[in-house]
Design a protein around this ligand. Structure first.
Ligand code: HEC
Ligand code: HEC
Length: 466
């Protein structure tokens, strides 16, 4: 079906090129070294130990592809965030992630929609803060590995992402001056903040720093915006700096939410070592699903690499929750918003630590807003996916079975333009094959994170040792 998106020329070519070059990098660096079955290893006494093989007899090509999917590499650096790996900043950020004082009614925190007990999602179709959102809350597993953030990629760094919900009237609904004031008025928070970032502006002076003020670009008559523009430029800049620092601290915490110890990772370790127990971590049905996932079902066209995503945007044809025509422009608007965002990686609040900072900034300058991007959404990671139902950008599907059936049949699919349909074609998969793929997806959940990451620390200050 054709919807209201502008009709366009060869869709997806840029992202395909990106995907393909990634696949190439992955296969040359990780996978495609000749990887014959290693000789039977010997133990210390020189006695040969058995080299087990998986239940499913994978071909050498399949094996090579599977090896590109695990292990997850170390968390990549964020050159735009000078405190990305600072433990004190991570602790402050963790405290703020759970702090409902960063909201207009004192009830909403990041954890309202990203609940650690639900793999950092909320179990709802659409996110709900002060009001209901139009999109589904995303999980946060391995979020620091992402290239773009949000379903539409309207943020290019993890720290800038965090600033969006704080001022969104449907989410936290507070303002950047309000956030700075919470920091200034709580002695423990103030200490924690100032130990990392230096002195806060003199927020006690309400003639300079109104109680609630923020930039509301699309509604200049908004009282928050009027209060904001009445402030001096230097004071606005100081507040923007504090706001960015809040995002950077929260990002330092989120960087710790790694998911890399799943039964699938054990299985891949077993493929490398021949350890029978590790190989048995993935039941045969899930191994069959894995073979389909990387093969006939073609899922690794978009969900590839150890985080199971190409980091790019596609149309998968999922119909809107309310039925009817597609209405969410997705990536098309995301690019405009990213480029207008003063907190993007090319903006004045991005740190520049190391040579890759320029690369981070050039991402936002070079991204092209093509009409093809209308109605595209980010390929999500599939790590933890069995724990994050419902699925897709509006939470349209309740179960993994339903998601896989969508890809298998494309029944009811609504595509923004006929070009994109060429990437996804109905798959010829039996019921058994579909449930094998589901079984595979169910083995991408990691062992739990340490408890200390799952709730607010009692004190936002980093304990200073003797
Ligand atoms: C009211 C619910 C709600 C609140 C509160 C909320 N989020 Fe989200 N979060 C969402 C939704 C919905 C999305 C996807 C939004 C979109 O694409 O437009 C999202 C997306 C994200 C993403 C992007 C993940 C990715 O892979 O791109 C991150 C990171 C995130 N939120 C972190 C946070 C942080 C940090 C806070 C607190 C400062 C927060 N969220 C507050 C609902 C919420
Ligand atoms: C053309 C690229 C592409 C292909 C091929 C593809 N996916 Fe996806 N996948 C996506 C995108 C994009 C989304 C998000 C779509 C949305 O929300 O509208 C997604 C979403 C999902 C989700 C939901 C995750 C969540 O957190 O909501 C699952 C599960 C999934 N895909 C599994 C698969 C499986 C299994 C296959 C193979 C049968 C597959 N995908 C093939 C791009 C793709």
């Amino acid at each position: 079906m054709i919807d209201r998106a502008p009709p366009v020329s060869p869709a997806l070519i840029p992202s395909l090129i990106w995907s393909l070059s990634w696949a190439l990098i992955l296969s040359t660096t990780l996978g495609c070294r000749p990887d014959p079955d290693p000789p039977p290893p010997s133990d210390a006494s020189g006695v040969t130990v058995t080299h087990a093989t998986p239940a499913v007899a994978f071909t050498p090509e399949e094996r090579a592809t599977i090896l590109t999917l695990s292990p997850l590499p170390p968390t990549p650096p964020d050159p735009t965030n000078a405190v990305a790996d600072d433990p004190a900043a991570a602790r402050l950020g963790q405290f703020l992630f759970f702090d409902t004082r960063l909201s207009a009614d004192g009830n909403v925190s990041c954890a309202t929609c990203h609940d650690p007990a639900l793999a950092f999602t909320d179990g709802r179709r659409l996110g709900q803060g002060l009001a209901e959102l139009t999109r589904h809350s995303m999980g946060l597993a391995n979020v620091a590995h992402n290239r773009w953030f949000f379903w539409d990629g309207r943020a290019d760094t993890l720290w800038a992402q965090a600033l969006g919900p704080i001022e969104d009237e449907r989410e936290h609904g507070t303002t950047r001056v309000g956030v700075a004031r919470v920091l200034a008025e709580d002695p423990a928070l103030r200490d924690a903040y100032e130990a990392i970032f230096g002195p806060l502006p003199p927020l006690a002076d309400v003639s300079r720093f109104p109680v609630a003020a923020r930039a509301v670009i699309d509604d200049p008559a908004h009282p928050h915006h009027v209060a904001w523009t009445a402030m001096s430029e230097a004071d606005r800049d100081a507040i923007d700096g504090v706001f960015a620092n809040v995002g950077k601290a929260i990002a330092a915490y989120e960087r710790r939410l790694r998911s890399d110890r799943s039964p699938f990772d054990r299985f891949v370790a077993g493929l490398r070592s021949g350890d029978a127990d590790d190989l048995a971590a993935l039941p045969e049905t899930a191994q069959r699903g894995l073979r389909l996932f990387i093969g006939r079902a073609n899922c690794t066209l978009c969900h590839f690499g150890p985080n199971f995503t190409d980091g790019e945007f596609h149309s998968t044809g999922v119909a809107p929750l309310a039925g009817g025509a597609l209405f969410d422009p997705g990536r098309y608007d995301g690019i405009t918003r990213l480029q207008a965002d003063p907190f993007n990686a090319a903006g004045p609040h991005a740190d520049a630590t190391g040579v890759s900072a320029e690369a981070a900034a050039s991402k936002v300058r070079s991204v092209i807003r093509s009409p093809d991007s209308w109605g595209q959404f980010k390929t999500p990671s599939l790590r933890e996916v069995a724990r994050t139902a419902p699925y897709m950008h509006e939470g349209q599907f309740d179960s993994l079975t339903r998601v896989v059936r969508h890809y298998a049949t494309l029944e009811g699919a609504v595509m923004p333009s006929h070009h994109q349909e060429q990437l996804l074609v109905p798959l010829d998969l039996t019921e058994q094959e579909q449930s094998d793929i589901v079984a595979f997806l169910e083995h991408l959940s990691s062992e739990p994170l340490p408890d200390h990451l799952l709730a607010a620390p009692e004190d936002p200050r980093h304990p200073t040792g003797p």
